[in-house]
Design a protein around this ligand. Sequence first.
Ligand code: GDP
Ligand code: MG
Length: 370
Amino acid sequence: PEVITVQELANRMAERGADVIKSLMRMGVMATINQTIDADTAELVVAEFGHRMRRVSESDVEVGLKGDQDIDEDLIARAPVVTVMGHVDHGKTSLLDALRSTDVASREAGGITQHIGAYQVQLGSGGKITFIDTPGHAAFTEMRARGANVTDVVVLVVAADDGIMPQTIEAIHHAKAAQVPIIVAINKCDLPDANPDRVRQELLQHELVVEEMGGDVLAVEVSAKTRQGLDKIEEAILLQAEILELRANPNRAAEGVVIEAKLERGRGSVATVLVQRGTLRVGDIFVAGAEWGRVRALVNDRGASTDTAGPAEPIEVLGLNGTPMAGDEFAVVETEARAREITEFRQRKKREAVAAAGSRGTLEQMFTRI
Ligand code: GDP
Ligand code: MG
């Protein structure tokens, strides 16, 4: 039976009617805004937009908006998620490595670190920060292009001996487009020809006014080499996180984003997932883009097996039936049947998109898999 009009479905998902019509068209359903559609079709559309649907009765459906079901009192503070960006050779990798070694928990555990695409640092103060360990603009823009907003704060690395360079400007544009606050790490301050004042001046030309000049952009002088200023940059990130009031409900089915995924010999398809809300558990059935699986094991950034992963935690997930793509949405679902239904629909849509776009689509897919 037809249960809902296109308009009503769009309203319940808080999406534009035109986008819902387009989604229907891609499924081969021609419908106008006032037409009614059946529950099966509605459910596929809802899944397509990344929301959830429940059949309340024969004649009505309830749409659970992604993240919107959480009521205020269920939300608790979560760690900020940070991406490091900047010009080549300005010290992104060095800074990420240096920050990583400030983690007190892994020092206690013996310090074997795994590179899984993201890591979380526990500070002596008790605060936590999650860093996306794949620096660079490609990761950031690709995720954004795929609709994934993983980053709360961008740390912009600028070498004090080199100043603002083309990729610095590019990074500023990306962060601004994503409306993500920027903290500037003026790096390599140990060098004799370091000139942090010049960096602050140059930032002005890109509408980043640092605090010292009466603006609201935090800029910290650091050295990834001597480790000068690492605590200050962490403080600045936590301060920014407080301003952003980052919170999530840990007591619900997990949702998040795939940070990276690959097929590994002996382990099968492995995805690093950033949990954004809820708690992921061993045994959970989940959908990741056009793939699904049942969590066989969870491995954290210290290489340790764990039973659960909560909000803002990066975690390696084993048990996938295929390899998803970076930026794919991740969500725990109730049943295997549901997981199959969603992924079969997405697989079909993917094949259609590739066929429609011809070689261009295939190329794009190749690129996003690299
Ligand atoms: P990326 O391309 O931005 O990831 O930069 P890297 O982290 O690979 O660093 C580029 C070069 O700068 C390497 O040779 C690093 O050893 C060096 N470097 C990075 N940070 C510092 C620093 O704080 N001081 C000094 N003197 N050299 C640094
Ligand atoms: Mg690098």
